[in-house]
Design a protein around this ligand. Structure first.
Ligand code: RTP
Ligand code: MG
Length: 140
């Protein structure tokens, strides 16, 4: 069993897609081990995405992630990190609609910035991101 972090991004929360996205992961067999809505401060969003600090899109990403509430969850399942990445699809929602039309980003995202959902991409990122968002008391 493995745990991964997802964040339903401001665009998808605004579109009222939260329930549909969570339901998709439940139907795919994952168990929700923690769940909450929050709004990132600029400092928190910068720290969460610190690996991208030198990328040209960093400022835009921080602005987007602080633009409204998000919904974060810990999902548990067999090979969860890789399987969840497959279910969310490629970073760019426009590309996702071509190559993975049933993926979460194809269904609910707009483009390569506003792409509906984040998911940890490795064990290393999951072990940074999970305790960044959830305290031990919040995990069942
Ligand atoms: P995430 O971390 O959010 O799960 O996305 P990812 O692994 O698929 O993509 P990553 O390369 O880690 O990029 C993080 C987020 O930055 C925004 N982005 N914008 N405008 C752009 O060129 C661009 N590229 C990336 C997206 O919101 C992306 O999910
Ligand atoms: Mg990433």
């Amino acid at each position: 069993m493995q745990r991964t972090l997802i964040i339903i991004k401001p665009d998808a929360v605004q579109k009222k897609a939260t329930g549909k996205i969570l339901d998709r992961f439940i139907e795919e067999g994952f168990e929700i081990k923690a769940l909450k809505m929050l709004r990132f401060t600029e400092e928190q969003a910068k720290q969460f995405y610190i690996v991208h600090k030198d990328r040209p899109f960093y400022g835009e990403l921080v602005e987007f992630m602080t633009s409204g509430p998000v919904v974060a969850a810990i999902l548990e399942g067999e090979n969860a990190i890789q399987r969840v990445r497959e279910i969310i699809g490629p970073t760019d929602s426009e590309e996702a609609r071509k190559v993975a039309p049933n993926s979460v980003r194809a269904l609910f995202g707009t483009d390569k910035g506003k792409n509906a959902i984040h998911a940890s991409d490795s064990e290393e990122s999951a072990s940074y991101e999970i305790p960044f968002i959830f305290s031990g008391l919040e995990v069942v």
